[in-house]
Each structure stands twice: as C-alpha cells, then as structure tokens.
Design a binder for this molecule. Structure first.
Ligand SMILES: Nc1ncnc2c1ncn2[C@@H]1O[C@H](COP(=O)(O)OP(=O)(O)OP(=O)(O)O)[C@@H](O)[C@H]1O
Ligand SMILES: [Mg+2]
Length: 457
C-alpha cells in the first residue's frame, strides 16, 4: 500500500512541483490550498504525512496544526515554509509537527524526510500491534496461558526465536520447560532443522560424554562403531539440554569449551568438528545455588544464562488453570473420541484452589484420568482424586508447619472465605477484606475465582 500524503500550499505552481516529486516516488498525493480545505480532506480520508506551508489565506499552517491534532489522527506533519524563523519552528513543533524545512527545499531532502517518517510510523505501528497481540494472547504455539507471566514469556520467545542466543529455562517439574524449548525451535526460521533433546541427569559420566560429543570406533570397550554426539545430530537446529545441573563437574569443562569454540571433539578423536546449534538448557534447580555450592561452574552458568526464562509454578498463575482445563478437555475428548466434558462449579473451584505440586503435568494427568474412568459428560467432585478434593487451607499455627503456604495461596483462600460469607456479593466481600472493590475484582480475576459461584452457598 502506498502512503497517502496531503500537501497544503497556497501557491499553485509550488504545490504542483512538490506533488510531482512525491508522485514520482509512488506516493498518493492530494493538495489543499489552505488549512480549512486541508481539514476538510483530513476528515474525509486518512493521511500518513501532511506537508504544510505556514503563510496561507483563510487558515494558516499554525491554525491548521492547532485544529488537526496530528497525534490523534496518527499522521506526521512536516512544515515547509518560505518564512522560517526559529520561533515559528519551535511553535510548530510544540503544536505537533515533527519536522521543519525552509523553501526553497531540495527535492531529495524532502523525499528522505518523508521516507524516514513513514518508516518510523510503520515501525511504531508494528510495535504497538505486537503489544496489542501479546496482551490478547491466550496461547502461543502449543503453549496455553494468559497470565502476565506467560505473556511475558511469549514476548521473550518472539524476541529470541529468530536469533541463536542461548536460552536457560528454569522452573519446577511439569511447568512446561521442554514445551517452551520446542516452541522456541518451532517458531524460529530453523524449524525444519533437527530438535534434539538430551537428559543430562539420566546417565553415567562416560555415556553422557559420548552422547554429547560422540566417539570413534574403539574409543572404549563396546564402542564398535563411530557415533555422532547430540551436538552433531542437532547441527543447524536446536540442542535441548535437560537437567543441565546434573552434568558432572569434569564434563562441564569440556562442555564449556564446546560452546565457546562451537566445536566438539569426539572421544578417541583428535580432530574437532565444527557445530552450529542453538542451545537451550533447562533445570528445575536454582543454578545460582548450585554455583554457590560449587557443583556448577560459574563460567558455564554465565555462558548459559544469556536469555533466562523462568516458568512460575502453576499455583502462582491460577488464572491459567481454567484455560488449561479447557485445553486438556478438548485434547482428550479428541483422543478418546468422546464429547467434550463440562466441569461442575464445585470441581472447578477445587481444581483452581489446589496447589499443583506437579504443575501442568499433574493437571493434565488429572483430566486424562477422568476421561479414562468416567463416561459422564460432566466432571464433578467425585471424579477428582481425594488429595485435590480434600485440599483446604486451615487456620493453623504456621510455625508448626514444615512448609509454609505462599502469600498468594493465603490471599486466595481469604478472598474465597469472604465471598462465601457475602454469598458472592463483591461489595460486601470487599468490605469484609477492607480493600476497595477494584482491587477485589482484580484479585478475583487473578485467582480464577468467580463470585457468582458463591451466590447460593
Ligand atoms: N503452558 C502450557 N500449555 C499447555 N500444555 C503445557 C504447558 N506447559 C506444559 N504443558 C504440558 O505439560 C506437560 C509437562 O510439560 P514439560 O514436559 O514441558 O515440563 P518440564 O518443565 O519439562 O517438566 P520436567 O522438569 O519434569 O521435565 C507436557 O505434556 C506439556 O505438553
Ligand atoms: Mg522436562
């Protein structure tokens, strides 16, 4: 789409000449011979750029600037005048003009300014669009979630997907670390190249060494043939190193060298092989703690921690739980070839309040279990494991407890109690909790509570 430009100029010959310069570049140009006419045209259609003279009969350039409100209209104004003074330039800028040129103006200069303005405008719109999109996202690839934390993660994935920076994903078990790694790979330009995953915690040191870097035939007993390591297998694509904290210290040195030099030397070989991979490492441990303990090298940690992504546990983003339930119901109803199930309000309440130590994997298992065991088209309390149904925060002596509940857990259960007491009346609940209504609304949303569910309790 070619850009739309409005020329405001009272001198007809001057207007014709400027229009010709711009039209030659493919812009669509309309002209007005004073501010009043310009305003009329601006109301009829949208312009990307307005180029205006200052001195004109009927309505001059300053009056036009004052009346048109360029920002709101999303167009950029260049002032082009034969009577330039510093004062008028300052005034024009204050009124929203973005550039100021004096006549006679060099055609190239005008074109360069217009091009630059259009480019800035395009970029600004693109960024605004991206923000709007992410704000509305409920999912990203296969990742489900609309919590601020998940949306932040979608933004980070968008930012890194097209470059090869190393990503370190941390989070409790079952929070989706591997799924995030796969999403980064799938959304990037190398999606058709291999994605190779290796679990560094699942094998002995020698085996891990040969799995990572490969070996030559005869390098050790049992090495009956040459073997490419995962670095080579992932060449051109993504290498996902799960449970990175489990790499033995001795191998960490070799590993660090491999990622610094971008080459690996298979066991039993003296010839290094160049590799080009994007590294994504994951850990459910706090690597900084491991560094402090001396079980993880700090230089390796810094190499890996280029783009950190932390996946918060599910209990800290409960607003995602109903969405995930819906998602898993859709998945399993297809898989089991049955109608999607509804969820009773009491069951939903329990599912949202539960602490989910196994995070999304546990939630997925609970929903699948219902599909495997129940024929009914509604998920009720009877379908849920006892640990979830019986889960309840009680008034307890915190100092007696081995593990304290989080503040968010406490807050949520207090809000639920207030909603019960007020039978779902939010004004009343806000009064009980001594917070204002807006704040209560936000928290009800954050914790996935629905006041109506308490109306007839
Ligand atoms: N945001 C999400 N949306 C949809 N499904 C998810 C999401 N996060 C995780 N899952 C699903 O939950 C399960 C566990 O996820 P994943 O294996 O990625 O977790 P993990 O953090 O790697 O766990 P572990 O530390 O135990 O290896 C997978 O089946 C995955 O598809
Ligand atoms: Mg995993």
């Amino acid at each position: 789409m070619s850009a739309h430009i409005l020329l405001v100029e009272d001198e007809i010959n001057m207007a014709k000449m400027q229009a010709k310069i711009l039209q030659r570049k493919g812009y669509v140009v309309e002209t007005a011979c004073n501010g009043r006419e310009a305003l009329r045209l601006l109301d009829q259609s949208a312009f990307d750029v307005v180029i205006t003279d200052l001195k004109m009969p009927v309505m001059d350039g300053m009056q036009l600037l004052r009346a048109m409100n360029a920002k709101e209209r999303g167009c950029q104004v260049i002032v082009l005048t034969g009577h330039g003074t510093i004062e008028s330039a300052v005034e024009a800028m204050q009124l929203g003009a973005v550039d100021y040129l004096t006549k006679p103006c060099n055609p190239d200069e005008l074109l360069i300014k217009v091009d630059k303005l259009l480019e800035t405008k395009r970029l600004r719109e693109e960024v605004a669009q991206l923000r709007r999109e992410v704000r509305a996202y409920k999912r990203f690839g296969e990742l489900i979630g609309q919590s601020p934390a998940m949306r932040q993660i979608y933004t980070v994935i968008s930012a890194v997907k097209a470059n090869k920076s190393t990503v370190l994903i941390t989070g409790e078990s079952g929070t989706g670390k591997e799924l995030v790694a796969r999403t980064i790979h799938q959304q990037g330009p190398w999606a058709d190249r291999p994605f190779v995953a290796i679990n560094c915690g699942a094998m002995s040191e020698t085996l891990l060494d040969s799995q990572l870097f490969g070996h030559k035939r005869g390098a050790f007993t049992g090495a009956i043939a040459d073997h490419n390591g995962v670095f080579q297998a992932a060449n051109g694509g993504t290498l996902f190193l799960d449970e990175i904290s489990e790499i033995p210290l001795a191998l960490q040195v070799k590993f660090l060298r491999a990622i610094q030099e971008r080459e690996v030397t298979p066991l039993g070989s003296s010839r290094p092989v160049k590799v080009d991979v994007r590294l994504i490492a994951a850990s459910n441990r706090n690597l900084e703690e491991e560094v402090k303990k001396g079980t993880f090298r700090d230089d390796l940690f810094y190499r890996l921690n280029v783009v950190p992504i932390h996946l918060p546990p599910l209990r800290e983003r409960r607003e995602d739980i109903p969405l995930l339930i819906e998602h898993f119901i859709a998945t399993f109803s297809t898989e089991y070839n049955v109608e999607p199930k509804k969820v009773s309000p009491e069951a939903l309440d329990k599912l949202v309040s539960y602490s989910w130590p196994g995070n999304i994997r546990e939630l997925q298992n609970v929903i699948e279990r219902v599909f495997a065991l129940s024929q009914s088209n509604e998920i009720t309390l009877a379908d849920l494991p006892g640990s979830i149904v019986g889960f309840e925060f009680k008034q307890v002596d915190f100092e007696e407890m081995a593990e304290l509940p989080t503040l968010a857990d406490m807050e949520r259960s207090l809000i639920r109690a207030a909603l019960r007491k007020s039978r779902g009346n939010k004004n009343e609940a806000a009064r009980i909790l001594a917070i204002d209504r807006q704040r209560l609304y936000r928290k009800i949303e954050k914790y996935g509570l629905e006041a109506a569910a308490y109306a007839d309790v």
